[in-house]
Design a protein around this ligand. Sequence first.
Ligand SMILES: [Zn+2]
Length: 339
Amino acid sequence: MSFKKIAKRGIQHLAATFGQHTRSHKEPQLLTLMYHRILPKQDPRTHLEEPGMIVSPETFKMHMSLVKQYFEILPLSLWIKRKQNGEMLPAHCCAITFDDGWADNYEFAYPILQELNIPATIFLVSDMIDTDQLFWPERLAHILTDIALTCPEQWEHPDLAWLTDNKFNYTFTTAPPDQDQLSEIINSAKALRDEEIHRRINKIETELQLKNKPHPSLLSWQQMSEMCTSGLIEAGGHTCHHIRLNTGQDETTLEQEIIQCKSQIEAQLGQTVDTFCYPNGDYSPRAVELVKQHYQCAVTTNKGWNTTSSDQYLLNRIGVHEDISYDKTAFLARLSGWL
Ligand SMILES: [Zn+2]
């Protein structure tokens, strides 16, 4: 083991042993965990995904067992409700959240949550649930993989020039980009506005003859309804189309994405939607204002814990994925809030 790895492990041990989860605090604390996809390591769906999005079912089960040891677990909306009513809150509380509404949440996370009786919130992209649509990062990953494997001569196509201009640590040949290279390409594309990214990807999909179609990956309303009926799972809003709500977004789009999302989910599931999650963690002051008018709280991707005096429309979370939470020490160090 290199010195760097030994030092990192030492810091992880310190954070796991003395981090925020082991201490007493003046105010009740809320740790909100952020998950995306729960997929077995060999599942073909992992190929189109960034590493930062995935936790394996075994690791997820280990996380949930540990969280139960250190925290009282409440649905996010219930913690907020108790806080608003001035009711007693646990000193250390944890809320489990999943972003986007992936079908694998139903397949792999829900059975574990049922077994351990742990509640969770799933933030849904209301217009995309129960469709075979994909988010643009997965569409882009599919395009790059498909071209590399089936028609690499197409790398010369002008519609791909914005991706292939050599700014990435990846050579566009017959090998699909690996997961880290995909992350790099996707992050770089985020410099463009959502409408522009969609326009460019649509153009590639129409102009180039892609050989394969990716599999649908999102939950159905039926699956979501079954989970909600169990009483363990609640639905939250995550816009209608996963549009980033940053400054510059026009008023009509903001209103549609924030307000219609809530009404669509409520109509489908017959339950009130009180919680909201900003796509990609982006929000403008106007977006927050609109969310305040229609929801009881909202979560960001800002890293950290929350207290009863935190802004309940800008709640911090701790994002978890396999690479940084693969064993007990790594996971506890992550949720300590230090690393
Ligand atoms: Zn999202």
